[in-house]
Design a protein around this ligand. Structure first.
Ligand code: ATP
Ligand code: SF4
Ligand code: MG
Length: 324
């Protein structure tokens, strides 16, 4: 349904997303993990046709068989709301503090679906009910600051669902919420995805959240997709050296207890840090930090190798291992 093929996003300072290929099909629930700066948001924005204007783009973006690579904003505008919607970490970024939340949710219904005011109101009410907002009739008339963080995120989810998108991208949707509220939002996203046969792309630093929300996982580092496969398999038996490093400090990240603040610790750190775009090696981005680096790694980009029936990884050492 929506597919990136060898899609790259480059700035003067370097390549933020390098030859990414990813297909999202109806009903998929896919997680994206990786340290800060690894290109997760850039991948998500690319899927929406919203890579920064200052960037050089190459590769293809295909939507329902249509090549959208060169499509302009007008070409996207009508499609986007019905195909792809996105929610972010901080619900206030999507809500106008000076408008009643009901009006904010009614806007796209009127604009993109051409509903009358009464029809849009009835639909907004149904959406508020669907996302579990209590006393929805009263809530429609409230301003964002009158709602709790969890309720605001539910309003943003209702807004994202307004035009029945086929793919919902959630970029760190629970990071700003306390632990119990976060769990309920994750379960809501999963329920909505299942009931609506909507694909879900879930970006998070919280591996337990990704384990709960997704069936498949994509691991990113330095603008590259480095490993992918079923979430449960990748999180329990990571194969790529970067994924192993990411999970290394926590043998069972999924079962890990929460800290005193009720939150799970964020992803552990691997020695060193993600280099800036200018300093990324031209070959495997992880060379220089990788404990199993080979002579070929720094200068040659590893291709994607099938390392088992269900798993792909981009790594010279793994490629040698499976072809031995
Ligand atoms: N407009 C821009 N101009 C130049 N570089 C950019 C721009 N936007 C992002 N980048 C760079 O692209 C890289 C990927 O950024 P991205 O926001 O996708 O990371 P991320 O994985 O989402 O990180 P985080 O976990 O912190 O949200 C980073 O090195 C970032 O500095
Ligand atoms: S390609 Fe080389 S440097 Fe990169 S992860 Fe594999 S072994 Fe390490
Ligand atoms: Mg991000």
């Amino acid at each position: 349904m929506i597919e990136l093929q060898d899609f790259s996003v480059s700035f003067k300072s370097g390549t933020a997303l390098r030859q990414a290929s990813l297909a999202i099909r109806p009903g998929d629930r896919t997680g994206i993990v990786g340290e800060s700066g690894s290109g997760k948001t850039m991948l998500a924005m690319s899927l929406m046709g919203m890579a920064p204007a200052a960037a050089d783009l190459s590769g293809k973006l295909v939507l329902d068989g249509r090549d959208m690579t060169g499509a302009d904003d007008r070409g996207w505008e009508a499609l986007r709301a019905r195909k792809v919607a996105m929610i972010f970490q901080e619900p206030m970024t999507a809500l106008n503090p000076l408008r009643r939340v009901g009006d904010t949710v009614m806007d796209p219904l009127r604009l993109h679906l051409g509903l009358s005011k009464a029809e849009a109101r009835a639909r907004a009410l149904a959406l508020f009910e669907e996302v579990g907002i209590p006393s929805p009739v009263e809530r429609l008339r409230q301003f964002p600051h009158e709602l709790s963080g969890g309720q605001r995120q539910r309003v943003v989810i209702a807004l994202a669902l307004a035009c029945d998108p086929e793919l919902l991208i959630a970029d760190e949707p629970t990071t700003a919420l306390d632990a119990n509220v976060a769990l309920r939002i994750i379960d809501l996203l999963v329920r909505l995805a299942e009931e609506r046969q909507m694909a879900l792309l879930f970006i998070s630093h919280d591996l337990a959240a990704v384990a709960r929300a997704t069936r498949d996982i994509v691991v990113m580092y330095g603008g590259d997709i480095v490993e992918r496969g079923p979430t449960a398999e990748v999180l329990t038996t990571p194969r790529h050296p970067y994924t192993q490093g990411l999970l290394g400090a926590r043998p069972n990240p999924v079962a890990e207890p929460r800290g005193a603040d009720g939150k799970r610790p964020r992803l552990p750190t691997i020695p060193g840090s993600v280099p800036t775009l200018q300093d990324l090696p031209s070959g495997c981005r992880f060379s220089g930090r990788c404990p199993v680096e080979l002579p070929v790694c720094a200068g040659t980009r590893p291709g994607s190798t099938l390392i088992s029936a269900t798993r792909l990884a981009n790594c010279h050492a793994l490629k040698q291992e499976v072809s031995a």
